[in-house]
Design a protein. Structure first.
Length: 365
């Protein structure tokens, strides 16, 4: 097993565990009940996955799916649910959302004096760390929750980058996937923060649960790598069904369209439409992002229609020429088969001379 592959696999999963533990710590601090530390037991699943991956896959990833990302979602999402439900109960300073993490000079002077009289520099560092942690615990809950949301989405992208890739995915595909994840994470963060910050939404417990359910549903696209990988299909059979051929040729594009319609932009548009239509909640940003979701859904449907018409034209063109409609996602095999057929015809043409050529030697004789 390569050393870098082992380090990347272990360090990435360690970051996942530490971040999920910070989320559990915030839940216990907000709820003031030690029983919520039981949520930390979910990290045992991630530890088990780490052992199995190192043993059977030598630390490398799987095809089309990342178990580490999926288990990280299982570990951190319950904590974020509890923090969002138990929202806005701590004091946030003079202004809403103010962050107060400045450590006073008096605390530093006290820790410095005590360090000179006792254990020196090490004790001074420990005292400073304690003061800093105490100050961090005074930050209001809304700031902590937003920071966990932001670091959660950033860690999803960075973690997918650091995780060792499998044999089935290339570096080029990984770079495309990461760029897609950055845009997706920004849209998801905007949806959660923009809708849950509305005052009328915070007063409706059922509406909060519905928004969080849609937010959780949108997270399920991160463990999957189908957006950049084509589903392989064998072209050995002379004929295949049209839906199978369409899926074979445009698998990545169809997956992107499905994610946008059923996992991200479609559900986001439905939630925002309900907020404006049923609950009569209107603001400038809500209207803008609703229009954006409508535009994205329309463009995705237009893209689906273009793909279908293009594929239909290709099939009709081949059927008119009498060609066998094979899977277009493996052009190399089809091209090799056609080239071999042409070479065989050429050999036959060379091996059997024409009638005039066969009679010419006899006349000379």
């Amino acid at each position: 097993m390569e050393l870098m592959v082992l380090l990347n696999a272990l360090v990435t999963r360690l970051l996942f565990v530490l971040h999920s533990l910070i989320g559990v710590w915030r839940v216990t601090a907000v709820k003031k009940e030690p029983k919520y530390w039981l949520l930390a037991l979910l990290n045992l699943l991630l530890c088990l996955e780490t052992g199995l991956t190192l043993k059977f896959k030598q630390g490398r990833g799987y095809k089309w799916f990342s178990p580490a990302i999926f288990l990280y979602l299982i570990c951190i999402v319950p904590s974020l649910w509890l923090l969002e439900i138990h929202h806005g109960t701590q004091y946030c300073g003079n202004e809403p959302g103010a962050v107060q993490v400045n450590v006073s000079n008096q605390d530093f002077n006290q820790s410095r004096d005590s360090s000179h009289g006792s254990e020196g520099t090490d004790h001074h560092i420990i005292q400073t760390a304690k003061v800093f942690v105490n100050q961090l615990s005074t930050i209001c809950e809304t700031v902590w929750t937003l920071a966990l949301h932001q670091t959660f989405l950033l860690l999803l992208v960075v973690g997918r980058w650091l995780l060792p890739i499998g044999v089935e995915i290339t570096r080029d595909q990984l770079s495309q996937l990461l760029l897609m994840f950055v845009g997706t994470a920004a849209d998801i963060l905007e949806f959660a923060s923009e809708t849950l910050d509305i005052e009328d939404v915070r007063k409706n417990y059922a509406l909060i649960n519905a928004i969080l359910a849609v937010w959780t549903w949108s997270m399920l696209q991160f463990p999957l790598d189908l957006a950049v990988q084509h589903i392989g299909c064998k072209s050995s059979t002379p004929s295949r069904r049209i839906p199978s051929l369409l899926l074979c040729r445009y698998s990545a594009e169809l997956w992107n369209i499905g994610v946008s319609l059923f996992i991200q932009d479609g559900p986001f548009f439905i939630v925002r439409s309900i907020l404006m239509g049923h609950f009569r909640i209107f603001n400038q940003m809500l209207v803008f992002f609703t229009a954006k979701n409508i535009l994205v859904v329309t463009l995705q449907l237009y893209r689906l229609a273009v793909i279908t018409l293009d594929f239909r034209a290709t099939v009709l063109q081949k059927s008119r020429k009498g060609e066998v409609c094979c899977c277009p996602c493996e052009p190399y095999e089809a091209h090799a088969h056609a080239t071999g057929h042409q070479e065989n015809e050429m050999k036959e043409f060379v091996a059997f001379p024409t009638k005039e050529e066969s009679q010419a030697p006899s006349e000379d004789h």
